[in-house]
Design a binder for this molecule. Structure first.
Ligand code: SAH
Length: 397
């Protein structure tokens, strides 16, 4: 292997990053989003939180890999991808899968892919909390690059912008004699060029900017800086209502390649299903314990050993579930008080209050005449008949 010299430092060729730089760049964005997620609230609360990073757009999204990973962030409700290459978008259009329906998100999520150029003004990209341009600007022609700040910072004007681009000072550390790292790159900047461009744009459009990077140089070559340079822009001057209104009058320039709306617990039908599934699962567990206990009771006639499934709780305190009404059996009917069901953390989180729990399961289960318990007939579903039990009502302690 041939070694090359950078500013007097001998370094090995074929520098490789693990994880790959592309992976690291996406992780940088994901970590940024994670740092700004809003607090959790019960999903039954219908108020819309003004979370910091609810709407995120990735410009020059290519194969949509970053969008695909952002989709798993609960805080995000709107994702948009834009690329000038329509084929790559069509090939990578995101779809919902069975898992998305089985385990719906707490918040709604819509992903839309647009075909168009980043330097075209289109109202579809207004009002975003974060716009990312990962390894995009170096693909722009000089004219496009000159239009870029006005469109991104001036028109789209999101709360935050993350721009990454190669740091040309690092290039001598790579093997090969090509001018740029990629044949489609129109330029590659050193740190001074990128930072003065970014500072100019930030100053002009009311943003602050901080610089960082990814991909450490090898020991001895620290002076060249990171392989990828990154600018994180944060808006310092909020948009006025008037400016947002004026901008909306502009016509659409991008074409929509596709939109995917993911199932979420904000839609009552999915919330109803999720609550019912959890309720049934807890009732079945309780019933199983009941039946096993009964078998033991019949075998040993030792009713003191009966124990019930209790929701997980902080065991360091007095057991709070002791106060909660317990399930019981009358003849062949198993009664589970709603209050007991509501004490399971997942059910409580999904419903928020007891009345909502009752409303959501009313059509899925049979409720006792006073509406306080779910009733399950034990005979049809299990081969064990509870009526074997001397005719006494069973209660669990
Ligand atoms: N951001 C991606 C890929 C970067 S490659 C990643 O992190 O992996 C640059 C992408 O920008 C390409 O997909 C290219 O088609 C797109 N592109 C180039 N010029 C563009 C323009 N004017 N408007 C929108 N996208 C553009």
């Amino acid at each position: 292997m041939v070694d090359s010299h950078v500013r007097g430092v001998q370094v090995k060729e074929n520098i490789k990053f693990t994880p790959s730089l592309s992976e690291q760049r996406h992780k940088f964005v994901l970590d940024f989003v994670r740092k700004h997620k809003p607090q959790k609230i019960p999903c039954s609360l219908k108020t819309s939180l003004s979370s910091f990073l609810r709407k995120v757009a990735d410009l020059g999204c290519a194969n949509c890999k970053l969008l695909w990973r952002l989709k798993y962030h609960e805080s995000i409700e709107v994702l948009a991808g834009l690329d000038i290459d329509e084929n790559i978008l069509t090939r990578n259009m995101l779809h919902t899968g069975a898992g998305d329906y089985l385990d719906p998100r707490e918040r709604p999520l819509t992903i839309t892919l647009y075909h168009g150029s980043v330097v075209e003004k289109d109202p579809c990209l207004l009002g975003f909390d974060l716009i990312t341009c990962i390894e995009l600007i170096e693909h722009l022609e000089a004219k496009e690059l000159s239009q870029f700040p006005e469109v991104i910072f001036g028109f789209f004007s999101p709360t935050t912008v993350i721009i990454s681009t190669p740091n040309s000072e690092f290039n001598p550390l790579f093997s090969g004699k090509t001018l740029f790292r990629h044949p489609d790159h129109k330029f590659e900047w050193d740190r001074t060029q990128f930072q003065s461009w970014a500072l100019d744009a930030a100053r002009h459009y009311g943003y602050s900017v901080e610089f960082t990077g990814l991909g450490e140089p090898p020991p001895g070559a620290e002076a060249v800086g990171f392989c990828t340079q990154i600018g994180v822009f944060v808006k310092t001057i909020p948009n006025t209502v008037k400016s947002l209104h004026d901008e909306k009058t502009i016509e659409c320039a991008h074409t929509t390649v596709g939109t995917v709306i993911y199932p979420s617990l904000k839609e009552e039908k999915y919330l109803r299903k999720a609550v019912s599934n959890e309720v049934f699962s807890q009732i079945l567990k309780m019933k199983r314990v009941l039946l096993e206990s009964l078998k033991m009771k019949n075998d040993n006639d030792n009713s003191d050993e009966l124990e019930f499934v209790k929701p997980k709780c902080d065991e360091s305190k007095n057991d709070p579930t002791e106060e909660i009404p317990k399930p019981f059996c009358i003849e062949n009917v198993f009664y589970v008080p709603l209050e007991r069901l509501f004490s399971f953390p997942k059910i409580k989180h999904l419903c928020g209050d007891l009345e909502t729990l009752k409303m959501l399961i009313a059509n899925e289960v049979m409720l006792s005449s006073d509406g306080s318990s779910v009733m399950i007939n034990t005979v049809d579903e299990e081969d064990c008949d509870l009526s074997d039990n001397d005719g006494d009502d069973l209660r669990f302690v």
